[in-house]
Structure formats: C-alpha cells, structure tokens
Design a protein around this ligand. Structure first.
Ligand code: SAM
Length: 212
C-alpha cells in the first residue's frame, strides 16, 4: 500500500470505502469518550462524512490524508470556506473547526495533535497491511497526547474471503497493540461493510481509554 496506490484510487474514483452515510458506531459511541467541543483526530481521513457530522455536533476535527483531491472534495462538497498553507511536509487545509493535514501520517509530530482529546479510526488501521500496522499503532501512540481516548473500528472476515484492504484484524492484535497503555473495551460486533462484500463481514469496535 504505497502512496501511489492511494493516489491512483482517488484519481480513478475507486473509493468504495467511502460511506454515503455517517457511521452509526461513531454517532452511538463518541459521546461515551468525549463531549463537544473536544477535538477529535481522524487519521487517514479520506473525505469521510463522519468529519462533517463531528463538526455539526460541535466537535473540533483534526485529520491527516495523503490525497489533496480527497481533502478538497470534502471542503467543496460541504461548502466549507477553507485556506491552504504549507507547513513543513504538509499542506494544511483549514476551515472553521477543522484542520486537515495533507501528507503522510508518519510525518505527523506531537505538536500537530497537541489539542486532541480523542481519535476516531475507521478504515485507517484496517487499510494497512500487517507489516505497517505495528508502525502505525506505535506512531499513533507517540504523537497523541497521553490522555487521548480512542474509538477504533476494525473488520473481521474469514481467511481467504477478501484480499484487502480492508484487512481483517482480530481482537488479539488490537489488544497486543493497545493494552499496555489503554483499557480496551470491546463492543459487540455487527454486520459490516466492504465494497461488494456480503454477510461474512463483521465490524468490531473498541473504546480505548488510557490507563490511569
Ligand atoms: C480506506 S481509506 C479510509 C478513509 C476514511 N477513513 C473513511 O472512512 O472513508 C484510507 C485512506 O487513507 C489514506 N492514506 C493511506 N495511507 C496514508 C498515509 N500514510 N498518510 C495519510 N493518509 C493515508 C488514503 O488516501 C485513503 O484516503
């Protein structure tokens, strides 16, 4: 999954991961972690409608996304008046309540996320092959404030059912990645969504709360 893979997907409009509705797990769960006007980090954000829902609820949003096309589509589809400036390795798109860093997640530093109270990971961790996931989990924990809480959604499906992305991630992997620093609350799985997928897919979500 190099950068070119994702740029090409955006260029060709192959964005089956993009949902036409706000994710019901976000709307049901985020208030259990943080209340508006808390700042929520959305890694590998695409142009998800979830960010608009968060803004409309009164949350502040910080995102990171490789594709400028995705970020500009988000701003334009929601008619947000935005500015764009260069800051180090990022083009920074800003509109009231939202800052989207266009560039590589792995270039983010703690200073970029110092205002964040929570993060929301849907189709970010599962977008990465296993070799990158460990690095992603470590970097995420290094750049977030230690008090930040997480809402993570993974997908699960039988081996051989789908090539990925999204990749199936089982609870043991989530616990290995997060349990040192977070209480990992597993929520009941529910029928999931993969472009062209069917009932063999489950979505499994987790609330991650820093250990005292
Ligand atoms: C599967 S999509 C999910 C998008 C969004 N979370 C959603 O729910 O619609 C993964 C996104 O991550 C972006 N991406 C992949 N690798 C990235 C990286 N290293 N840094 C920033 N964004 C990245 C891709 O361009 C793509 O938009």
């Amino acid at each position: 999954m190099d950068h070119e893979f994702w740029h090409e997907r955006w260029q060709r409009g192959e964005i089956g991961f993009h949902r036409a509705q706000v994710h019901p797990i976000l709307t049901a769960q985020i208030a259990h972690l943080v209340a508006p006007p808390a700042t929520v980090f959305v890694p590998l954000s695409g142009k998800t409608l979830d960010m608009k829902w968060l803004l409309d609820e009164g949350y502040q949003v910080v995102g990171v996304e490789l594709s400028a096309a995705a970020i500009e589509a988000f701003m334009e589809e929601h008619q947000l008046a935005y500015t764009c400036t260069q800051q180090g390795p990022f083009q920074v798109y800003q509109a009231p309540g939202i800052t989207l860093y266009q560039g590589d997640f792995f270039e983010l530093q703690p200073v970029h996320l110092e205002a964040c109270h929570a993060w929301y990971d849907r189709a970010a961790l599962v977008a990465l092959p296993v070799a990158m996931r460990q690095e992603y989990n470590q970097h995420l924990q290094q750049i977030l404030p230690p008090s930040a809480k997480g809402l993570l959604i993974t997908v699960e499906y039988p081996e051989g059912y789908w090539k990925g992305p999204p990749f199936a991630i089982w609870e043991a992997e989530v616990r290995t990645a997060y349990e040192d620093r977070y209480q990992v609350h597993s929520l009941p799985s529910q029928p999931g969504f993969i472009e062209g997928g069917d009932s063999q897919v489950l979505e499994h979500s987790y609330l991650l709360e820093p250990k005292a």
